[in-house]
Design a protein around this ligand. Structure first.
Ligand code: UD1
Ligand code: PEP
Length: 424
């Protein structure tokens, strides 16, 4: 398994271009199952994308990929779907695989999908995905680790209230409702920008979705959708991560290809921490000024502070002038970076779902173990700021979510090297 060696203490300076959003590209790739042909542009080069490609091909889609150096485009032909099973071997690698369920069921009236894997950050149930599809008339049982879903004819429109806000279940429900019979209204929906991107793509395919970006979404079902093309939005989580890299290394970075609108939640917290964030042409400039103030955050669904920023923000707060409290409200097991940060000299204590971070004057390099995706990148941030050398083991999750991370960082002065096939 690969590892990373980082010699820290270098303020990052330069330009970083943001890639397409993983968490928009993945559901948009599954919408290709709702029609014959979909062309998608600005897809990031990530292992999760290749896993999704493999999954679609396994179902019978023909996926033609063009490599444009800094991104991919794909022509996905799903006119001959001949398999309705998403197997464990592919699905276990990635949570997003669950998004083939809604499209397969609504277009082909059947789907068998292994219970998904992904980052091990909590129980991550699928009851809401199943509940909304059952309310649309599907017969669903979970047996031997698989979700088996069938419907006689088309799914039926429904008025459905999600008892908890879920990004994934909102996405599955919207996709399923586009080909259901009648007008579906979904209440208490997630409002993440990636869901907005998905809805824009679906409307371009001929769907009729209203209330986009609100918690109440109306979908008028169609008998079929049409072929189209769509370009993926920029990755706000990648952008926020590099903004925090600028802050933690006392550097300054121009982050290109992102606008303030969709990352305001992290921008406001960085400003509160004393970091300067200015709009520039097609991006934002992020600069360390003279100190890092302690800032409390608690994660919540968008437009709140995203759980996907929590680990990186905690790394930043390890060096603040004072103490900050970071509360995780979305996932029950998303503090796996804490013991690793403590190995590097951080002073963090966990009580329930809150971490109290007492700022220290410096971090020291150490050998650490990466766990989930954002925990992994939080250790990269800590390593970039630390004195001496940090070795991060088991970094495969990083390749799921950060396109050419080492290249983007070393272009800005970081000393970061990948060891391929490290045995430790
Ligand atoms: C590929 C992708 O886009 N992943 C994102 C997605 O994950 P994901 O779609 O898995 O996250 P959800 O929004 O569904 O999960 C939120 C909470 O709801 C719970 N829940 C969810 C579904 C369900 O059927 N039952 C249930 O109880 C989960 O356990 C969790 O506690 O949104 C998360 C929250 O913003 C992000 O951290 C992930 O990066
Ligand atoms: C948690 C994440 O991914 P997944 O939902 O695929 O595990 C993430 O993108 O931070």
């Amino acid at each position: 398994m690969d590892s990373l060696i980082i010699k820290g203490g270098i303020p990052l300076e330069g330009n970083i271009s943001i890639s397409g959003a993983k968490n928009a590209a993945l559901p948009i790739m599954t919408t290709a199952l709702l029609t014959d042909k979909l062309s998608i542009n600005n897809i990031p080069k990530l292992t999760d994308i290749l896993t999704m490609k493999k999954l679609l091909e396994n179902l019978g889609s023909i996926v033609t990929v063009t490599d444009h150096q800094d991104h991919l485009s794909m022509d996905i032909d799903s006119s001959n779907i001949n398999n309705f099973t998403a197997p464990y071997d592919i699905v276990r690698k990635m949570r997003a695989s669950i998004w083939v369920l809604g499209p397969l069921l609504s277009r082909f009236s059947k789907a068998k999908v292994s219970l998904p894997g992904g980052c091990a950050i909590g129980a991550r149930q699928v009851d809401l995905h199943i509940g909304v599809l059952q309310a649309m008339g599907a017969n669903i049982d979970v047996d031997h680790g698989y979700i088996n879903a069938t419907i006689k004819g088309r799914l039926k429109a429904v008025h459905f209230v999600f008892k908890k806000i879920s990004v994934g279940a909102t996405i599955n429900a919207i996709m399923a409702a586009t080909l259901a019979e009648g007008e579906t209204i979904l209440f208490n929906c997630a409002r993440e920008p990636e869901i907005v991107d998905l809805c824009h793509c679906l409307n371009k395919m001929g769907a009729e979705i209203d209330g986009i970006a609100t918690s109440e979404i109306t979908i008028i079902g169609k008998s079929s959708l049409k072929n189209t093309n769509y370009s993926i939005m920029p990755d706000r989580i990648e952008a926020g991560t590099y903004m925090m890299a600028a802050a933690i290394t006392k550097g300054n970075l121009n982050i290109y290809g992102i606008n303030n609108n969709i990352i305001e939640n992290i921008v406001l917290k960085l400003i509160e921490a004393g970091i300067k964030v200015e709009p520039i042409d097609n991006g934002l400039r992020v600069s360390y000024v003279d100190r890092l103030n302690p800032v409390d955050v608690h994660t919540s669904p968008y437009p709140g502070f995203s759980t996907d920023f929590q680990a990186q923000f905690m790394s930043l707060m390890t060096l603040c002038n004072g103490s900050s409290t970071i509360t995780e409200t979305i996932f029950e097991n998303r503090f796996m970076h804490v013991p690793e940060l403590c190995r590097m000299g951080a002073n963090i204590t966990i009580k329930g779902n809150s971490a109290r971070v007492h700022g220290v004057p410096f971090l020291t390099g150490a050998e650490v173990m990466a766990s989930d995706l954002r925990a992994s990148v939080s250790l990269v941030l800590a390593g970039l700021a630390a004195n001496d050398t940090t070795k991060i083991h088991r970094i495969y999750h990083l390749d799921r979510g950060y396109q050419t991370l080492e290249k983007k960082l070393s272009n800005c002065g970081a000393n970061i090297v990948r060891i391929t096939g490290d045995t430790v």
